[in-house]
Design a protein around this ligand. Sequence first.
Ligand code: G3H
Ligand code: ZN
Length: 295
Amino acid sequence: MKTLLDTLKEAEANKVAVGHFNISDLAALKAIVAAATELRVPIMIGTSEGEREFIGEYQAAALIKSLREEFDYPIFLNADHTHSLEKVKIAAEAGYDEILFDGGRLPLEENIKQTKQAVELSKSINPAVYVEGELGYIGSSSEIISGIPEGAAVETAQLTTAEEAARFVKETGVDFLAPAVGNLHGMLKDVPNPRLDIGRIREIKEAAGIPMVLHGGSGTSDEDFVAAIDAGMNVIHINTEIRLAWRKGIEAGLRNNPDEIAPYKIFPEAVAAVQAVVEARLKLFNKIGTLPSAK
Ligand code: G3H
Ligand code: ZN
């Protein structure tokens, strides 16, 4: 079985990106796995601190491990947006494949200090676990938002620079890097999300020299996704779009079955709605059904 790093290197070589999708429940997991296995592409499943508090770290790790081993399928679990060493420890002990230590809101020096501690702690518990670091603040909620979150980097002068990225990677020892390049967590209510700075992604990739992760994928245009992958993004995170599809699916399930009380007869509409979103994103990220570019 390939490791997560092998999988990301392969994606890089093929100029595609691995889709990372967050879950809070089995309906979303079922939908994501169905979409991925149908398209035969690797995937990552993420649980934020709130999502894993609901599911349970050990339960999430056991679920993903059983899917990977039973079907010999490249599916990996990430402890998404982990803010404390205490939570890093739990995720590493529970058997997560990756831990994202999120010091993105901290001043650079403090972010480097805490992320380095997170790398050392994670690897002392499980030398095989990968650690991702976050550089720059891009908001924190996978929700429909009414404006740019306070303090989020959207102007060119606020985005992660290549120099910061090179220093951060060297001094922390992270395996993967999540920079702020115009991406934003959540989807703006009435207007499109900001555009990505593709030139900046390219510069950071060259300076960092490690796999890169694009957070805040929901609401990004197809055009920006394709350009971001070409510029060096290897993983793309989607959450808000899944949550929205899940909610609409649950509402349809209840509306269409007003007297039903069996959850498994109500959930299929949520599964179908999430599956459709994930399938479309995976096709785009993996360049399935598109002609190779003429370049
Ligand atoms: O880590 C999670 C992602 O970055 C999700 O962002 O909700 O904007 O898709 P999103
Ligand atoms: Zn994120």
